[in-house]
Design a binder for this molecule. Structure first.
Ligand code: ZN
Length: 77
């Protein structure tokens, strides 16, 4: 038999509990790209390279955002 304790646990949960778990999993898996800390938040970035502009999202923890963001005077609107 293929015992799968994770699947068994999921099968025993209500839809509401599964929604809650998905929320927790998403948060748990959201780790900061700089230091790997859990609880990172999506940060929308725009890179201007020559004629091209690329918009993307990075996961960063609040501490890294504070530490690494450019001062207001050097950031672009
Ligand atoms: Zn971080």
């Amino acid at each position: 038999m293929n015992a799968d304790p994770v699947k068994d646990a999921l099968d025993g949960m209500s839809a509401k509990q599964l929604e809650r778990m998905r929320e927790l999993i998403d948060r748990r898996l959201a780790s900061c790209v700089i230091d790997g800390t859990d609880g990172a938040v999506p940060v929308r970035c725009t890179a201007k390279m020559n004629a091209n502009s690329l918009t993307f999202t990075l996961l960063l923890c609040p501490a890294c955002i504070e530490k690494h963001r450019l001062p207001e005077s050097r950031s672009e609107a």
